[in-house]
Design a protein around this ligand. Structure first.
Ligand code: C5P
Length: 246
C-alpha cells in the first residue's frame, strides 16, 4: 500500500506531531480537522485506512467467515492499495482516493466501521500500515486521528490527547447526526453497535485502543465541539505547538 497526499515533498526533517486518539463518536474528527487547518498541518485519518482495507476485504469476500480471516490474503490486499487523502473544505474531512478512484461517503458508515474493526485485529495488516502512517510525519506537521497514534505509531509525538465520551453520549450524537441528515435512527441499535466495536478495539492484542501513559484524557460527554477544540488547542499551546494563523 502506498499512501500519499498531493503536493507534499519528503525530507528527513522532524516535524511536530499531534495525536488525537479515542473511540468513534467522541469528536476526534472535528477537533483533528480544525487543528490541522489552524496549524497548516497535514491530517492523518488513520481510521480511513482501516475502513478501506475492511471495505475491500468485504468486497473480496474475505470477511464471509465465522472463523479467522485469511491473514495472508488480507496482507496481499492491503499491499495492493494506493491510498490518497485530499482535504475537502465543504465536508470538513478528507476525501479518500483508492487506486485513483474516490470511494465516497459509504466508507464512513457504521457497517464499514465494523469491517474495519474486524481486520484491525490482525498484526500483519497493522504492520503494513505502520510505516506509511509514520512517513506522513516526514513531510510536514501532522495531526493524526486514530486509536494507537500516541501508543504505537507516534510514541514520541509532541502532543497526545485521548478524547473519549460515554457510549450513550456517542450513540446520541450519532442519532442526532442521522436524523439531521433526514435518516431514521434507532438509539438502542446504534448503542449496541458502538459497544461491540469498542469491545473489539479495546480488547484486541495488537495495538488496543487506550490512552498513552503521557496523554491528556478529555471526556467530551458533556462538552460541545467548540469547548473540546479550545481545550485541546490550549493543551497544544502548553506543549509548545505554535498557532500562527489564529
Ligand atoms: O476512527 P474510525 O471509526 O474511522 O475507525 C474505524 C475502525 O478502524 C476502528 O473501530 C478501529 O477498529 C480501526 N482503527 C484502528 N486503529 C486506528 C484507527 C482505526 O484499529 N489507528
Amino acid at each position: 500500500m502506498v499512501i500519499s497526499q498531493a503536493g507534499q515533498s519528503e525530507s528527513a526533517q522532524r516535524y511536530p506531531v499531534v495525536c488525537i486518539d479515542g473511540p468513534s463518536g467522541a469528536g476526534k474528527g472535528t477537533v483533528t480537522w480544525r487543528l490541522a487547518k489552524a496549524l497548516g498541518y497535514q491530517l492523518l485519518d488513520s481510521g480511513a485506512l482501516y475502513r478501506i482495507v475492511g471495505l475491500k476485504a468485504h468486497e473480496a469476500g474475505l470477511l464471509d467467515t465465522d472463523e479467522a480471516i485469511d491473514e495472508n490474503a488480507l496482507l496481499t490486499l492491503t499491499q495492493s492499495l494506493h491510498i490518497e487523502f485530499e482535504p475537502n473544505q465543504r465536508s470538513g474531512r478528507v476525501d479518500i482516493i483508492v487506486n485513483g478512484e474516490g470511494v465516497g461517503e459509504q466508507v464512513r458508515n457504521e457497517t464499514v466501521g465494523g469491517y474495519a474493526s474486524k481486520i484491525a485485529i490482525y498484526p500483519q495488516v497493522r504492520q503494513a500500515l505502520l510505516k506509511l502512517q509514520q512517513d506522513m510525519a516526514t513531510r510536514s506537521g501532522l495531526v493524526a486521528d486514530g486509536r494507537d497514534m500516541g501508543t504505537v505509531v507516534f510514541p514520541d509525538a509532541d502532543v497526545k490527547v485521548f478524547l473519549t465520551a460515554s457510549a450513550e453520549a456517542r450513540a446520541q450524537r450519532r442519532v442526532t447526526q442521522l436524523m439531521d441528515a433526514g435518516q431514521t435512527a434507532d438509539f438502542d441499535e446504534i448503542l449496541a453497535t458502538i459497544k461491540a466495536r469498542d469491545e473489539r478495539d479495546e480488547n484486541r492484542e495488537a495495538a488496543p485502543s487506550k490512552p498513552a501513559t503521557d496523554a491528556l484524557v478529555i471526556d467530551s460527554s458533556a462538552l460541545d465541539a467548540n469547548s473540546v477544540y479550545e481545550q485541546v488547542k490550549a493543551y497544544c499551546q502548553s506543549q509548545g505547538i505554535c498557532f500562527n494563523t489564529q
